[in-house]
Write a protein that binds this ligand. Structure first.
Ligand SMILES: [Fe+2]
Length: 157
């Protein structure tokens, strides 16, 4: 079995998966910073509940950032770690000066749509590469975020 890395996966396949994980990582970093902005800048009658909710979401995003980066390292690839690269790569764009709760929730839902689509693509790539570790991580994120989309959508109505 040639070209296996130290966890027994095909080197090329792992590099392909890690590249997509790095893309996901960049998107999560932008999502994280947007959530901090919403937490700080939100105004209005729902301030207290949204301020707390965005804190919960950015703490969760921060955990995922670390998990994704460490999965990239487990696949023997260097995780992206500069703001310049995140901005260059991320499909989720920086949101500035959002003070309206509805606009912030809509932005979170749009970001989750992007993240879910990327996670499903990585799940498929990881499955093809017999990379159960990455697949399991993506499965967990997908289950959690689909539920979050339901709850945020319910809140909007
Ligand atoms: Fe805070």
């Amino acid at each position: 079995m040639a070209n296996m890395n130290n966890i027994g996966l095909d080197v090329n396949a792992s590099q392909t998966t890690a590249k997509e994980l790095n893309d996901l990582l960049s998107n999560y970093q932008m999502f994280y910073m947007n959530l901090r902005g919403f937490h700080w800048n939100i105004k209005g009658r729902k301030f207290f509940e949204l301020h707390v909710k965005f804190e919960e979401l950015y703490n969760d995003a921060l955990i995922k950032v670390d998990e994704i980066a460490e999965r990239v390292l487990t696949l023997s690839v260097i995780p992206v770690h500069t703001f310049s690269k995140y901005i260059e790569v991320s499909e989720i764009k920086a949101k500035e000066n959002v003070t309206d709760g509805e606009e912030a929730i809509t932005s979170v839902l749009e970001a989750l749509t992007i993240l879910l689509s990327k996670e499903r693509a990585i799940l498929a790539i990881a499955g093809d590469a017999n990379d159960e570790g990455t697949a399991a991580l993506m499965s967990d994120y997908i289950v959690q975020q689909e539920k979050l989309v339901w709850m945020l959508s319910a809140y909007q109505n």
